[in-house]
Design a protein around this ligand. Structure first.
Ligand code: CJB
Length: 829
């Protein structure tokens, strides 16, 4: 039989003539073939979208080629693999990133020109893959890029939502949500694997039985749903490696419900089967508020169970002894969302593989590590016991057993300190008895990562203080990073050329440390000229975009001042708007000679509010109300424009960031775990106006505090300031701008009342009043710096030059070495 297979393989190989060719003629032929055979249009008549589809399929062929080679190589070498479990991945667009990482961008651009198309125009046809909410999800995407580029044997696992994050549309200044039908026109970047599917079970009961003289628990599930794999190749840059992001979609189970059939209820049986698909239907749009929803729990278990079946199957292909599991498998839990995987691994090892509890627990403890992204204990997920017991009855029992053993261990260390035991317990007693998913992760994972130094400190001293005292060695700092491939090479090609030219190499694209070499030229007038031209061209693109979307014309000489991120009270977009109102008020009270000294500004805000988040929605409306007034005031003209960019997403960020002069990161100190947007701005030479929070503290260390505009209360001052509560008085300026909103200066007086209440009368939890004066000073410092364009450009160059630490390549190297214990596995060329 083996001889047969070998002969077949040789024949097959003989029929292929080597690798796909990447010269311009071959690419043209390929694109046209896809127009005709994949898109099924005539090669003499197709539009831009069809051209994009054909182009994407031709790129996909090349991705698949490398992806096959990579997986064959991984299989041959059988290294320890890292499995990255995340409920969210915010991939954005794939076309430009793919051709750049594959190293065939110029060839494609040429091929398309010869066919009469423009690569950039076609790239605009692609929609975003928005399978995530914000920072956490985009971080996962950046880390996948780094894992591929650094040749790590990695797999991403997640959910293939039918509807990604909602589209934001603005009607009369109010946010409305529309579904994101991202799969309606097909998705060329995924490969459906109908044969890679696993049953995932829910509900039912647990029975105790005696098998071979041993008592065991048997879970008799009540529902089975099929998880079907959709594979998304992720190409590395400057390597042949392309890794896999495997996303699961729910499909009705193949096992037909015979009972319904025999009772003749054929139609209902089919309708009920179809309901299974709802599990992967829609992404939850509230980041960090968990409402104990059954569907959410089912989503978590669904993707975890399918992923673990896949991982164990792959392990069993080559190994039969689970003692070897930790040598081959590292599991990374992205926030607590996938932490039910701990109970699932225990269930599989104990109930299905018949390992004893201690052995199984030993294995679980050596394979899992977790990254926490939350800051407040309230942001940590809890699942009501009743819900968990109904959806996953056996898992609840397992969690109780884990907790029982944890409590026994804690008693040995802490004796009868029951307060401490109850804080550390996985089970929270109270009105709604719940499972604390973070405590489950902490009990098991060998590493607990924070996402910046400040954040790790918060975890150690506040959120998980008790656990830190018990297991200090588990706690590690893995300051976040972003990929320079997406955030410079793809989104700012002019900057990319400048950096490569001045460094005399493109090697920084894989080795970001080299970017520090720019420091040497920070004062070079020739570099200044190129740098300013680059910025102007990017601003021009952004200005055109703004005009198309909002009809507001903006001056390129103005400072483009940007705050783009999810709208949250703690991120303090409201502080920004109140600052804008102050600026407006000042301009209104100036005479003409004073006005000539004003630095013109375009204030750009963008971001989505969770659909049920009233305060965030009011902030969006206030932004529009202020924009309406300011932009139409002839006294102001080009001195101040206010723009809200609707439907902020990854591809909008790619356009906005390179065109910004200044970016704002205003979280109340101690509330932003890290922040990654600031890193993208930094790489693009945009100056940062920020509180000393999250990663901004480390950015200041890298570029020097003098090269950014820091303001506001420090992390360790915030608790005491809050204590003072009502006795804290904001400045008169603050009272005045809030009064303007309250008095209806911008209309909608009643609507904005509750928003104003959040920052006044002692209720100012996020300390806007306290920080306002210092915020205005930082803004004034930014104005002064902008007037001196030589100084500004120098600060801008030093920002880019100091951004090396904030590459996700550095973060991933730290994870690989300190948490996962994995080595690169490079596919030979
Ligand atoms: N984060 O995006 C989210 N969603 C959450 O539910 C909790 C945290 C963010 O994660 C980013 C990546 O670690 C951080 O940079 C950011 O500070 C944090 O808010």
């Amino acid at each position: 039989e083996f001889g047969d297979r070998k002969a077949k393989a040789e024949k097959m190989f003989g029929l292929m003539d080597g690798f796909l060719k990447n010269d311009s003629i071959s690419l043209q032929k390929d694109i046209l073939d896809h127009v005709e055979f994949t898109v099924a249009r005539s090669r003499f008549n197709f539009d831009d979208f069809e051209a994009y589809q054909a182009l994407a399929h031709s790129v996909r062929d090349r991705l698949i080629e490398r992806w096959h080679d990579t997986h064959l190589h991984f299989k041959k070498k059988d290294p320890k693999r890292i499995y990255f479990l995340s409920l969210e991945f915010l991939m954005g667009r794939s076309l430009t990133n793919s051709v750049i990482n594959l190293g065939i961008q110029d060839q494609y651009a040429d091929a398309l020109t010869q066919l009469g198309f423009d690569f950039e125009v076609l790239a605009e046809q692609e929609g975003d893959a928005a399978l995530g909410n914000g920072g956490l999800a985009r971080l996962a995407a950046c880390q996948m890029d780094s894992l591929a580029t650094l040749d790590y044997p990695a797999w991403g696992y997640g959910l293939r939502y039918q509807y990604g994050l909602f589209r934001q549309i603005i009607v009369d200044g109010f946010q409305h949500e529309q579904p994101d039908f991202w799969l309606n026109f097909g998705n060329p970047w995924e490969i459906e694997r109908v044969h890679v599917s696993y049953p995932v079970k829910f509900y039912g009961t647990v029975k105790e039985e005696v098998l071979n003289g041993k008592k065991c628990k048997i879970w008799i599930p009540g529902e089975s749903v099929e998880a079907v794999a959709y594979d998304n190749p992720i190409p590395g840059y400057g390597t042949r490696n392309a890794i896999n992001l495997r996303l699961w979609a729910a499909k009705p189970s193949d096992q037909y419900d015979m009972e319904s059939y025999t009772t003749g209820d054929y139609i209902n049986a089919i309708v009920n089967r179809q309901k299974a698909e709802t599990i992967s239907n829609v992404l939850y749009p509230d980041d960090r508020s968990y409402q104990g929803k059954e569907l959410r729990l089912k989503q978590q278990y669904f993707f975890v169970s399918a992923s673990l079946q896949d991982i164990i199957r792959r392990f069993k292909d080559l190994h039969s002894n689970f003692d070897e599991f930790p040598d081959k498998v590292a599991l990374q839990i992205n926030d607590t969302h996938p932490s039910i995987s701990i109970a699932e691994v225990m269930r599989v090892l104990v109930d299905e593989e018949n390992l004893n509890w201690s052995k199984a627990w030993g294995i679980a403890c050596s394979i899992f590590s977790v990254t926490i992204h939350a800051v407040q204990p309230e942001g940590l997920e809890k699942i009501p016991v009743d819900l968990l017991g109904s959806v996953l009855p056996r898992h609840l029992e397992i969690i109780y057993e884990i907790n029982h053993r944890l409590m026994e261990e804690l008693k040995k260390s802490f004796g009868q300190d029951y307060d401490r035991l109850s804080r550390m317990s996985i089970v929270e007693e109270g009105a709604v008895k719940s499972i604390r998913m973070a405590n489950l992760s902490l009990a098991c994972c060998h590493t607990v990562n924070g996402v910046s130094r400040v954040h790790l400190e918060t975890l150690k001293t506040r959120v998980f203080k008790d656990f830190y005292e018990l297991w200090p060695q588990k706690f590690q700092c893995k300051t976040n990073g972003v990929t320079q491939r997406r955030w410079i090479v793809v989104s700012n090609p002019s900057l990319c050329s400048i950096i490569s030219k001045w460094l005399g190499t493109e090697a920084w694209i894989r080795n970001i440390d080299l970017i520090a070499g720019l420091r040497e030229y920070a004062k070079d007038p020739d570099l200044h000229t190129e740098w300013k031209n680059m910025k102007r061209v990017n601003k021009m693109r952004l200005a055109e975009y703004i005009e198309t979307l909002t009809s507001v014309k903006v001056s390129l000489d103005a400072m483009f001042d940007v705050q783009i991120k999810r709208i949250h009270a703690y991120k303090r977009q409201l502080l920004n708007i109140l600052g804008i109102i102050h600026r407006y008020d000042c301009i209104k009270n100036m005479d003409e000679s004073d006005k000539r000294r004003v630095v013109p500004r375009v204030c750009i805000i963008g971001g989505k509010a969770a659909p049920g988040y009233e305060v965030a929605k009011k902030i969006i409306k206030l932004c529009h109300a202020v924009a309406d007034k300011v932009n139409n005031d002839p006294d102001v003209g080009d001195l101040l424009k206010v723009v809200f960019i609707p439907d902020y997403n990854v591809s909008v960020a790619e356009l906005v960031i390179p065109g910004s002069d200044l970016s704002q990161h205003l979280s109340t100190a101690g509330h932003e775990a890290s922040g990654t947007g600031c890193m993208k701005f930094l790489m693009n030479g945009c100056l940062l106006l920020a509180t000393a929070d999250g990663s901004a503290v480390e950015i200041a260390e890298e570029i020097g505090a003098a090269n950014m505009f820091l303001f506001g209360a420090k992390v360790d001052e915030v608790p005491a300031l809050r204590e003072k509560g009502t006795t804290l008085k904001g400045s008169l300026q603050f009272a005045r701008v809030v009064r303007m909103v309250r008095d209806g200066y911008f209309g909608f007086k009643d609507y904005f009342k509750s928003l104003c209440d959040t920052v006044e009368d002692g209720g100012d939890f996020y300390l806007l009043g306290y920080d306002f004066a210092s915020y205005l000073e930082a803004q004034a410092a930014a104005d002064r710096a902008f007037v001196d364009q030589v100084k500004w450009t120098q600060m801008s160059i030093l920002s880019t030059a100091g951004s090396g630490k904030f590459s996700s390549d550095r973060t991933i190297e730290e994870y690989a070495q300190q948490s996962w214990g994995i080595e690169p596995c490079k596919c030979p060329f």
